[in-house]
Design a protein around this ligand. Structure first.
Ligand SMILES: [Zn+2]
Length: 325
């Protein structure tokens, strides 16, 4: 999209999911949540820590699991008027520290009080469990103001759990960051040219190097390098890598080839994909050309080039590319 000053902007999401191992103490706590029950752990001073950890605040090892709740008391809280999409509730709610009955410490969780006016320090709350539970802290959807009905519902959820809960040894822990990338003037020029099936670089007036994508200044000479020049959509493979390990964002099923291509007229390589040959035939010096997307798919993005393919011409002499390696 176009920003206010003619600079391109795009939403980005940086995301990866860890698989975390839990260990016996937290693994048991998650297993208890899956069973619809709440547990803490005995600390060296005789208290009960919730959520449980392997060690208490003095560094002493904790002991046996202790059932707590299901009811508890709000010790402090903060109201969320506009929930974000990752929040546990889609309507206004409170983050609260809830000290469960039988616990010495309070745990952080959401409280669905319905209204800010209903939220009070010292109020009693009961858990509201999800019907489908997987062994996650989200199995406890939130706490709600304690009523006889809420308490009996909470007790009913946990009534099927008998004996020690089955520990949850691993769980997926997603991490995501949403942000807006601003391309800047030079990169915006480069990306807009892609929409017209053109590739542009920026020439340094001192050393004559053509940077791809163009940048504001030549990093070698330290002078503005903003003369925009067209470069060819064909060039020579300088280096390549065959990807054989699958991952979620892979553009194709492996194996496939990623290449650095020094385009005719440019002094910096363009990184893209190479298709049209088996991976074992990829080599340095191979002459390749861009395969552009159909006109209706062209846009201010490097994806306007679908990939590169061999031209079939004889390979370049490595002397031609060695200064680009
Ligand atoms: Zn220069």
């Amino acid at each position: 999209m176009d920003g206010d000053d003619g600079v391109l902007e795009a939403p980005y999401r940086l995301e990866y999911t860890y698989t975390r191992s839990t260990g016996p103490v937290i693994g048991r706590f998650l297993g208890a949540l899956r069973a619809g029950t709440l547990e803490g752990v005995r600390t060296a001073d005789g208290g009960v820590m919730v959520p449980p950890l392997e060690y208490d605040t003095t560094g002493a090892a904790t002991g046996e699991a202790v059932a707590v709740g299901p009811g508890g008391v709000v010790t402090t809280w903060a109201w969320v008027n506009e929930p974000r999409k990752e929040h546990p509730l889609a309507k206004p709610f409170a983050w609260a520290l809830v000290k469960l009955d039988g616990a010495s410490t309070a745990m952080l969780h959401a409280v669905d009080a319905g209204d800010l006016a209903a939220m009070k320090t010292g109020m009693r709350v009961a858990p509201r469990w999800r019907a489908e539970r997987t062994g996650s802290v989200r199995d406890l959807e939130c706490f709600v103001p304690e009523t006889p009905f809420a308490l009996s519902e909470a007790q009913r959820a946990g009534s099927k759990g008998e004996g020690a809960p089955e520990p949850v040894p691993l769980f997926p822990s997603p991490v995501a960051l949403d942000y807006t990338v601003t391309a800047g003037h030079h990169l915006s020029t480069y990306l807009r040219a892609m929409k017209e099936k053109r590739i542009v670089g920026g020439r340094c007036p001192a050393c004559q190097k053509v940077y791809l994508p163009p940048r504001g200044a030549c990093p070698t000479c330290g002078v503005p390098a903003d003369a925009v020049v067209d470069v060819a959509d064909r060039g020579i493979v300088t280096t390549f890598c065959v990807i054989r390990i699958p991952f979620d964002a892979a553009p194709f099923p492996p194996p496939y080839i990623a290449v650095a291509v020094i385009l005719e007229g440019a002094d910096l390589p363009l990184f893209h994909l190479l298709r049209g040959i088996p991976p074992e035939e990829a080599r340095m010096g191979m002459r390749v050309r861009a395969v552009w997307a159909p006109d209706e798919e062209l846009g201010p993005t490097l994806a306007s080039i679908k990939w590169f393919e061999p031209t079939g011409e004889p390979d370049a002499d490595t002397a031609e590319i060695e200064r680009h390696l």
